[in-house]
Unconditional design. Structure first.
Length: 435
C-alpha cells in the first residue's frame, strides 16, 4: 500500500493489529463452540475472552517470535498464551493455521467489499446528479473518434450510471462469493474438530460455512472477487478516458475542476491538464494487474500449498486500497466536473450539418429513391463539406437529383437537432426508474 493512494478506512482493514484482532476472535469463538461441545473446559473459553478481549496485541513481540518459529500463526498463538496464561493450551484444538488465515482473509475481503459498495454509491450519486443537470444538453456523439450523430451530455453520464450500477451488483455478488468460513482441520475432513465449531464461528464472524474445503478455502472464490475488482477498474478507466478526450484543447467540452493556486505545468503557466483522469487510468491498470495472480492462485497442489500466500499478502490489500482510492477520486471528479455547453454546440456545428446525413438518407428512401442511390447522393454532397467547400444543407438544396425527391422545406426539416432527443426521457426512465 502506498500512502499517496490510500484512504484510512480501507487501510485499517489490512493493518496488523486488525488482522490479529480477527485471528483472536476466530480462536475465541472456536473455543466457545468447543466448550459447548464439552471438548474443552468452559472456564478455559471464558478465560480467553476475559484475558484477551480488547487487548492491543504486541506486533513487535509477535514478529520477534515469528523470526524464531518461522510461522506466523504459531507466533500469534504463543503471544496469546503469554496474555491468557495456562488455559491458552485449549486454544486452537483440532484447527490448522489456514482455518484462521483463510477465515480472517475472507472477513477482511467482505469488509473491504462493504467499503467499495459505499464508494460506488458515491460515484452513482455524482453521476445521477450531473446526468439530470445535463439531461438535454446537446453534444456530438462520436464513433471511432469521429463526429457521428447528436446525443446529450446527460446520456453520456446516464450510460456511466448504468455501468456502475452493474458494477455494484457484481461487487455484492463477489462479496457473497468470498464470505465463507473454514474451520475444518488439516485436510478439511473435520477429523479433529466438530463441524458445529465451523458453523458457530461462521455465524459469529458474519460468514457462512464453506461447503467443502481442503486445508484451504477454494481460491476460485478469490479469483472471482479480484476479477470483479478488475472489471470495476476498467469502468473507472473508461469514464476517465472519456473525460481526458473531452478535455483536449481541440474539444474542450468538459474539464476537470482547476482550483485556485493549482499549477498545471512547471514550464508552461497556461496549462490545465486532466491529471486526475490520467491518474485514474494508471490506478485502474494496477487493480487489473492483481487479477492475474488471483487467477493463478486457484491452482494449488493437492489439499494445499503456499504458492498463493505471498501473492495474497500483496494483492488483497493493494487491490482493495487502490480501487477504494480510485472510486472516491472519480466521484469527486464527476461532482466538480466543469461542463461547457457552448463548446458542445460549437463542435456540433463544426461539420456544417453533416451529422444529419442519416436523416437525409432515410428521407430520400422514403420518397422512393433506392438506398444505394440515396447513399451516393448524400455522400457526394457530404464530401465537399469535409473539405471545407460549403454548407451541407445548401449543397443539398442545389442538387437537382436530390430535389427530385425532397423540397427545400423537407430538406430543412432533416436538420432539426431536437429530433435526436425524442427518446431521452425513455432512456432515463430505463436507467434511473421513475425518479
Amino acid at each position: 500500500m502506498i500512502s499517496r493512494y490510500t484512504r484510512p478506512e480501507m487501510a485499517a482493514i489490512w493493518e496488523a493489529q486488525t488482522r490479529f484482532k480477527i485471528w483472536f476472535e476466530i480462536e475465541a469463538h472456536a473455543a466457545d463452540a468447543l466448550a459447548e461441545l464439552g471438548v474443552i473446559p468452559k472456564e478455559a473459553a471464558k478465560a480467553v475472552w476475559d484475558k484477551a478481549r480488547g487487548v492491543i496485541f504486541d506486533v513487535a513481540r509477535i514478529d520477534e517470535i515469528e523470526r524464531e518459529t518461522k510461522h506466523d500463526v504459531i507466533a500469534f498463538l504463543t503471544h496469546l498464551a503469554e496474555i491468557v496464561g495456562p488455559k491458552a493450551r485449549f486454544v486452537h484444538q483440532g484447527m490448522t493455521s489456514s482455518d484462521v488465515l483463510d477465515t480472517c482473509l475472507n472477513v477482511q475481503l467482505t469488509r473491504a467489499a462493504d467499503l467499495l459498495v459505499e464508494d460506488v454509491d458515491k460515484v452513482l450519486a455524482a453521476l445521477k446528479k450531473r446526468a439530470f443537470e445535463h439531461k438535454m444538453t446537446p453534444t456530438i456523439g462520436r464513433s471511432h473518434g469521429i463526429h457521428a450523430e447528436p446525443v446529450t451530455f446527460g446520456l453520456k453520464l446516464a450510460y456511466a450510471y448504468a455501468e456502475f450500477s452493474r458494477a455494484r451488483e457484481r461487487l455484492l455478488a463477489a462479496r457473497k462469493e468470498v464470505a465463507t468460513c473454514a474451520i475444518s482441520g488439516a485436510v478439511g475432513t473435520f477429523a479433529q474438530i466438530d463441524p458445529r465449531v465451523e458453523e458457530h464461528v461462521a455465524k459469529a464472524m458474519g460468514l457462512i460455512p464453506e461447503p467443502i474445503s481442503t486445508q484451504v478455502i477454494p481460491r476460485d472464490r478469490h479469483a472471482m472477487y479480484f476479477a470483479t475488482l478488475g472489471v470495476i477498474a476498467s469502468s473507472v478507466e473508461r469514464l476517465a478516458t472519456e473525460i481526458r478526450h473531452l478535455q483536449r484543447t481541440e474539444v474542450l467540452e468538459a474539464e476537470e475542476f482547476f482550483s485556485e493556486g493549482q499549477k498545471g505545468s512547471s514550464a508552461m503557466p497556461h496549462k490545465r491538464n486532466p491529471v486526475l483522469s490520467e491518474n485514474l487510468t494508471g490506478l485502474s491498470r494496477m487493480v487489473r494487474a492483481y487479477v492475474t495472480p488471483a487467477m493463478e492462485n486457484v491452482v494449488l497442489w493437492h489439499e494445499r500449498d503456499i504458492s498463493h500466500s505471498s501473492a495474497e499478502r500483496m494483492i488483497a490489500p493493494d487491490a482493495t486500497v487502490t480501487l477504494d482510492f480510485a472510486l472516491n477520486r472519480l466521484a469527486g471528479l464527476i461532482d466538480k466536473l466543469l461542463i461547457y455547453p457552448a463548446n458542445m454546440q460549437k463542435n456540433l456545428d463544426r461539420l456544417g450539418g453533416l451529422i444529419h446525413s442519416q436523416r437525409l438518407l432515410i428521407a430520400l428512401t422514403q420518397k422512393g429513391c433506392s438506398r444505394e442511390d440515396a447513399y451516393k447522393l448524400v455522400q457526394r454532397n457530404a464530401m465537399p463539406v469535409w473539405r471545407g467547400e460549403g454548407d451541407f444543407q445548401a449543397l443539398l438544396k442545389k442538387d437537382a437529383d436530390v430535389k427530385k425527391y425532397l423540397s427545400d422545406a423537407e430538406i430543412s426539416e432533416q436538420f432539426d437537432l431536437g429530433y435526436h432527443f425524442k427518446h431521452v426521457d425513455t432512456i432515463f426512465k430505463r436507467v434511473f426508474g421513475e425518479s
